[in-house]
Design a protein around this ligand. Sequence first.
Ligand SMILES: *[C@@H]1O[C@H](CO)[C@@H](O)[C@H](O)[C@H]1NC(C)=O
Ligand SMILES: *[C@@H]1O[C@H](CO)[C@@H](O)[C@H](O)[C@H]1NC(C)=O
Ligand SMILES: *[C@@H]1O[C@H](CO)[C@@H](O)[C@H](O)[C@H]1NC(C)=O
Length: 333
Amino acid sequence: MWLLAASVLLGALRAGSAQLILVGTSIIERNDCNATVVLPCYVTNLEQNNEKVMFVTWKKQGNTIFSYRGETKKTNTDPAFSSARFLSQVDLVKGVASLVLSSAQATVGNYSCEVTESNREGEVKMELRNSSVVSCGDETPEEKCGSWFLLVERAVMISLVCSLVILCAAQLTVIGLKYEIESQKKVCTIVALVIFAVVAGVGAALFIQDGYTVQNQAGLGLMVIPAVIVIPLQYVMFGIAFDSLMQATLALIGLKLLGFIIAVVGFALCVPVCPPLHGSVLIAGLAIMAIASLLSLVYVNGLRIMGSRMKDHPRPGKAVEEPLNDAKGVMLE
Ligand SMILES: *[C@@H]1O[C@H](CO)[C@@H](O)[C@H](O)[C@H]1NC(C)=O
Ligand SMILES: *[C@@H]1O[C@H](CO)[C@@H](O)[C@H](O)[C@H]1NC(C)=O
Ligand SMILES: *[C@@H]1O[C@H](CO)[C@@H](O)[C@H](O)[C@H]1NC(C)=O
């Protein structure tokens, strides 16, 4: 009787000591705003709290993606999961075996965390899913809540930057047709515009993609920051078209500058936040720049039509001054 009780007790002890208890979260949700994804895994009954006797393996769908041997301090990582690392290496001895993955590498699927301490071991399984949140406030149900910018916002921003380039090019063409431009000035303005178009194009290609990654952020930066070029460009173009910069032209340049400042402030507010709360500021800034470009084009073009009598007068030349000013008067009315 006594022996039986002892053996049952011993058996229970051995069974207990052979198992590590691991806890995690059975279902983990990720969304586009997660730059990294944390797969939680905690051991609640470590006895030795000694890294040297620990061995941790993370698997996805049964394949090892990350393993760590405490004895050698050696980490093995599947190349497809190169971003994998412990949430906190120093807390491993306290039982924290949680894994961090970059969002791009944390593909949906079933993951498992296995921890061994000497001869005791345990496992916990979890499923990583895309966020089930499909609607968010007033947004249409098709749009995910947890994304950086909605597709329509991205499309609007890219369209605005495109129109900025096109309107500048149109203005340059109109001015080029009407006035003689020094070849050096011509080359410089065209090169500046082409560089802006190319950089913004690269930015748009990075930005249009789903996600909230460094690429998306850099893409938006490449579209917004270099837009500053259109301000000196506008100054140069007005300088070619008009002998002196009048109030109206200075106001148009000022409007462009204001738009740019608003856009940069919006950009700075949007970059660190997902989902962005101030996307409208950025869009408003770009829209103001595009409107200023459109008005400048109309102004340059309008002056060309209204002041058709200037056609006979080559530029530069003081003789042009008078009719030009008349034309300006007409414009301003
Ligand atoms: C993703 O981010 C949300 C909120 O920022 C957070 O609650 C969630 O735990 C993150 N998901 C993962 C898998 O890390
Ligand atoms: C993960 O496992 C659950 C149940 O264990 C299963 O329903 C689901 O389809 C699995 N997911 C994948 C991506 O294999
Ligand atoms: C989950 O979301 C990612 C990125 O948003 C996407 O690439 C992937 O196809 C989605 N997977 C599923 C199963 O919906």
